[in-house]
Structure formats: C-alpha cells, structure tokens
Design a protein around this ligand. Sequence first.
Ligand SMILES: NC(=O)c1ccc[n+]([C@@H]2O[C@H](COP(=O)([O-])OP(=O)(O)OC[C@H]3O[C@@H](n4cnc5c(N)ncnc54)[C@H](O)[C@@H]3O)[C@@H](O)[C@H]2O)c1
Length: 269
Amino acid sequence: MPGRLEGKVAFITGAGRGQGRAHAVRLAEEGADVIVTDAPAQVEHMNYPTASAGELAETVRQVESLGRRIVAGAIDVRDLAGMKAFVSDAVARLGRLDVIIANAGIDITGPWHAQTPEIWQTTLDVNLTGVYNTVLAGVDGLLAAGGGSIIMTSSANGLKAGPFNMAYNVSKFGVVALAKSLAMELAKDGIRVNTVHPGSVDTPMGVGARDGFEPGREENPNLYGMITKWMPGLIDPSEISNLMVYLASDESKWATGGAFVVDGGLSSY
Ligand SMILES: NC(=O)c1ccc[n+]([C@@H]2O[C@H](COP(=O)([O-])OP(=O)(O)OC[C@H]3O[C@@H](n4cnc5c(N)ncnc54)[C@H](O)[C@@H]3O)[C@@H](O)[C@H]2O)c1
C-alpha cells in the first residue's frame, strides 16, 4: 500500500532530536523526502542544550535507513538569509516542496521578573520570528508546487498561559495569530496553515522546562501545584507526529486556520 505522503517533500526545523526528529522519521515512513535543519550552536540563555551535530546526523541516518532522501543543514531559524539559501538549494535537489513544519523552539522558564529583556528577545526571535522566517524560506516552494501545508508547532501554552513561562506563552500565542493571518491570505494559493498544540512531551525541552520551574516553586507554591497537576506524565513525540502526518497529507484538505490540540487536557481547564 502506498504511503500517505508518497511523492511529497517536507521541510522541518528543529529536527535534530525530539519532536522534529520524530516528525522527519514518521513522514519518511509515509513516503515523504525531507529537508531538515537544527541550530548550529548553543542558543544563548537556555538552561538545557540545543541539539548537537551528532544528533542531526542521527536523524539523517534514521531517514536514510527508511530508503528516503534527506537534506540536512545546521542553520539557526533566526538567520533568514541562511534559511532561504539552504531551502532553495535543497528544494532544487529534491525537486519540490509540499509541507513546511515550523517546529524549532526554546523554553526558558522562571518567574516573570527573572525573564530578563534578553531572555524575552531571544525567545521571541526563535519561537515567533523563527517561525515567520521558516515560512519565508519555504513558501516559494509551496507556491511552485501549486499549494501545500504549513504546520506551526505552538503549545498548550499558546492557548492557555502556563505559570513561570511568560516569554514562551507570548511567543506561542503569537504563532497562532501568525497562522490564522496567513491561512486567510494563502487559501487562494491552495496553501493551508494550521497550528499544533502539544502538552508536555517527552523531549529535552519537556524535561528541561519542567526542571526549570523550581525557582517559581519557592516564590509561589500555589502556582507550582498547578504545574505538577498538569504534568501527570509526558506525551511520546510520536503522538504529535501522527497529527503531523494528517495535517501534511491531503486527508486534511479542508483544514486551515485550525488549532489542533494533543495535550492530555492541559489547555482545557
Ligand atoms: N516538549 C514539550 O513539552 C513541548 C510542549 C509544547 C510545545 N512544544 C514545542 O514543540 C517544539 C519541539 O520541541 P521539542 O519538545 O521537540 O524540544 P527539543 O528541545 O527536543 O527540540 C527543539 C529543537 O529545536 C532546536 N532549536 C532551538 N533553537 C533553534 C534555533 N534558533 N534554530 C534552529 N533550531 C533550534 C533545538 O536544537 C532542538 O533540536 C518546540 O516548538 C516546542 O516549543 C514542546
């Protein structure tokens, strides 16, 4: 039986590990070729590491072992010129582009006053402007293909603010506004734009961000209690990839401007 994404090419940021790698592998299993990027160096102010070159190489190995083609690059999502040059070269090599998954992100947690202007700026630059840059780097490919699917990874915190996560909350709410704005304007070009809202996922971010809540605990134990209640367990990245396959495929051809939630109820109370 042919895969659900046979003949398609997808561009995925932050694919060195975690959800991004899971999406690359899952889409490849369904027949897609992939273009992937991850950070070339540690992003400043974070309290957990960004992916290494070795981790990105492991994503390449896993996709190639499925018999699919992959083009990988170490490019920061904040580097618009670098992203554009890399994606246009990769699209020329793989022949087309049908899907953009803007997945790269960071989460620097702590009480609001500990989130310095520098942390605020870095978070918005990576999580919001980085998503915009990802669209700018890939949209010509989708237009040339006669349409496609743009999927932006927001968060449960893009629907409901989480405590001790101010800059992240703002960036992830912003992603929703960006997706809805583009969904309206790109519909005429056959391009769909949706957001995905994971809960707490079992990745270095999920674990690192949770550990970073500790400073807020001393300051406001009531809010800390809310967080632990929301985190009974961590979601496996593959659960989010299943939704990505649906949104990347023609099965979701009427879905645009939507906010798709896989959060174990995190944003619903
Ligand atoms: N893990 C969670 O609990 C959770 C919950 C909701 C939403 N999300 C979102 O899911 C997405 C994927 O996160 P994850 O859970 O896989 O965590 P992760 O930290 O494992 O993966 C994020 C990836 O983005 C990369 N990255 C960070 N800054 C970058 C930059 N400037 N340029 C290029 N790449 C960069 C990292 O190196 C890493 O490989 C993120 O947008 C995150 O905000 C995660």
